[in-house]
Design a protein around this ligand. Structure first.
Ligand code: ADP
Length: 152
């Protein structure tokens, strides 16, 4: 048993790290991307949501699985409906910055009951995304590391 001299997980290491350390690269689509192509993009990239950005990478919208399901109930060809029509749009999107603490990102995900938070720079350009899945991954891996060092 060699756990005594190992650093335990501290509040700082768990919660106070900036989201920059665990943010992912989002899949961006255009406001003119069709619902048909958005669904394909979701599967091809194995993600749960897509971010809609203008030509300068500024965030203009978010499209989730449920948004796409809702759109597919409309009795209209999915190649004729575009992202801009079905997305949740700015300024109704909850966003964070690269320096937001992991704890605060977690609070926002729970409070607003969403799966992802876009990470924006000062100009509103998309620089990353934080997801519930990635947060869980971070905590379980941090715990697994200590578990490994302590008991194996
Ligand atoms: P799902 O629809 O797959 O359950 P979410 O819970 O993330 O995924 O999305 C629920 C709704 O909230 C969707 O309409 C989506 O466009 C919107 N949404 C997703 N992320 C955000 C966010 N960060 N801020 C505001 N609205 C969001």
């Amino acid at each position: 048993y060699s756990g005594q001299h190992l650093n335990p997980l501290t509040f700082e290491t768990i919660y106070e790290v900036p989201v920059e350390t665990l943010m992912l690269t989002p899949i961006l689509i255009k406001p003119t991307t069709t619902v048909q192509d958005a669904i394909t993009s979701l599967f091809m990239n194995d993600v749960g949501s897509l971010y809609v950005a203008d030509d300068d990478q500024h965030l203009v919208g978010v499209i989730s699985r449920k948004d796409l399901l809702r759109a597919s109930l409309i009795k209209q060809d999915l190649t004729t409906i575009v992202a801009a029509v079905i997305m949740t749009r700015m300024p109704n999107i909850v966003t964070i910055t690269a320096t937001t603490r992991l704890l605060d990102a977690g609070y926002l995900l729970l409070k607003h009951q969403v799966d992802t938070l876009p990470v924006l720079d000062k100009a509103g350009v998309v620089v990353g995304k934080v997801t519930k899945t990635k947060l869980l991954d971070y905590f379980i891996n941090a715990g697994a590391k200590v578990d490994q060092e302590k008991y194996h």
